[in-house]
Design a protein around this ligand. Structure first.
Ligand SMILES: *Cc1c(COP(=O)(O)O)cnc(C)c1O
Length: 461
């Protein structure tokens, strides 16, 4: 299995190199050269299997000879051992034809744990074998940072530096990043928004001297290994509701487009997915782009679903690459236009995108009303991100069964959930003392040089 860049100018890599490289050296994102597929019989055979067994079957064709079968199985087993639910990703029913996929039973209570716990294991295995050390720098709107810290804290071969937007993450999210005492963890509060953090990260990757000096690695969803880990729960949930003998639709609360892109991959692999619905909050650039063909930046307004407060969704580039017939030069040109404010998607490409994706948005009021309403109608207490998706899913219900992804535990966003429902969700026991633990964080200007200097200073030892 080889991986190629969406901008067509970087060398093709195998799985191991793709995972360690993160962003391609031409600024693009790696995608598999060909998408492997599972037959209907192979999908049918997943019914009743453990999450770990499904994960092995779905991901095996992508990893090539980076891991032996035995090694890959044991890494998967270790990745999910710390989850608080035997099903890992349980489904609950909201309405006759509408299910909720609970992806928040991992150690940091958000779906990011599914990918991060796995790539923590994969990185550790590969780096130990190569005798190498890397600096992982991640940008986060809240949940990626804590998931990465939880997955990599205390590991020998890795420093983890997390950039988060100062004052724009929930207090639980911040404390999850600032309280781990391990010396290889560095939380930096940047004076800016999430897009500033993500742009700084991309600039670091594009500064080859810096990149090589600190051995920069990335665990944002620009890293294909992360997206791959998320393909698994589309299969596990679809099979639970009758695939491959019944079609399934999914609605996904979307920020960086990584999670929904995993659904798109699952469909390409042969899972009978009818609709993939992109749900955005008031920061709705993706909904506007799919509805109108205009992909234009309008700024970010902070919302009660902060993990989706974003305007440049890095993984959308992967979808555009396919929609433009895998023309790397065309994608490069679009991305240059985006730096200037936006671009118009070509007629052919917008039709290709609409063949795959529907979209919708939920306002702040609709999100709060959905939290309250679902609690009353089904007993389920939703986090604001999941509520955005449930609202949009309700507008897209057909006779095909709908699975909506619940991406975080309500206790990560207690203020918004309490304001909407009157119920203050409690943190689970393993995090109950979070508010008593001491914090360790460095506030930094949104300045590339200052960030790079600080990172070099921190990893020197
Ligand atoms: C990251 C995140 C999202 C958005 O996922 P993307 O893969 O970036 O589209 C949605 N909800 C929560 C709770 C998240 O942490």
């Amino acid at each position: 299995m080889r991986y190629i860049s969406t901008r067509g100018q970087a060398p093709a890599l195998n799985f191991e190199e793709t995972m360690l490289t993160g962003l391609a050296r031409d600024g693009g994102l790696y995608v598999p050269e060909e998408i492997p597929s599972l037959s209907a019989d192979e999908i049918r055979a997943l019914a009743g299997k453990s999450y770990e067994e499904i994960a092995f079957t779905v991901m095996r064709p992508f990893v090539g000879d980076t891991f032996s079968d035995d090694e890959f199985r044991s890494l998967i087993a270790r990745a999910y051992a710390g989850f608080n639910h035997d099903a890992r990703a349980p489904l609950v029913q909201l309405a006759p034809n509408h299910f909720l996929l609970e992806l928040f039973h991992g150690p940091t209570l958000a779906f990011k744990d599914f990918a991060m716990q796995l790539i923590g294991q994969l990185f550790q295995a590969v780096l130990a074998r190569r005798g190498e050390r890397v600096t992982i720098v991640g940008a986060t709107s809240g949940d990626t940072g804590s998931a990465a810290i939880e997955a990599f804290k205390g590991l020998d071969n890795v420093d983890v530096v997390i950039l988060f937007p100062h004052g724009r993450v929930s207090e639980v999210q911040r404390r999850q990043m600032t309280t781990p005492p391990e010396s290889n963890i560095h939380a930096l509060a940047v004076d800016g928004d999430f897009d500033d953090c993500q742009a700084a990260l991309k600039d670091m990757f594009n500064d080859f001297d810096f990149r090589d000096e600190v051995k920069l690695a990335g665990v944002n969803s620009i890293n294909f290994a992360r997206v791959l880990a998320q393909v698994v729960y589309y299969f596990s949930s679809a099979v639970s509701v009758g695939a491959p003998d019944r079609n399934v639709s999914f609605t996904v609360p979307t920020g960086n487009f990584g999670d929904i892109f995993a659904g798109y991959l699952a469909k390409k692999m042969g899972l009978p997915i009818d609709r993939l619905v992109v749900a955005t909050n008031q920061n709705d650039i993706l909904h506007r782009a799919i509805a109108s063909g205009e992909h234009t930046k309008h700024g970010v307004t902070p919302s009660i679903s902060p993990s989706m407060d974003i305007q440049v969704s890095s993984n959308f580039e992967r979808a555009l690459f396919d929609a433009y017939g895998r023309d790397g030069a065309a994608v490069s040109a679009l991305m240059s236009e985006l730096d200037e404010g936006g671009f118009t998607i070509s007629q052919g490409a917008i039709e290709a995108l609409r063949d795959q994706f529907d979209s919708g948005r939920a306002s702040e009021e609709e999100t709060s009303a959905t939290i309250k309403d679902m609690r009353a109608r089904s007993g389920e207490l939703l986090c604001p991100h999941s509520a955005v998706a449930v609202k949009v899913a309700q507008e897209n219900l057909t006779e095909t069964v709908m699975v909506t992804l619940a991406t975080a535990h309500p206790a990560k966003f207690p203020d918004a959930v309490e304001a909407a429902s009157g119920i203050r969700p409690a943190l689970p026991p393993h995090m109950a003392d979070l508010f008593e633990r001491p914090e360790r964080v460095t506030r930094v200007k949104n300045d590339l040089g200052a960030l790079q200097a600080l990172i070099k200073e921190r990893i020197a030892r």
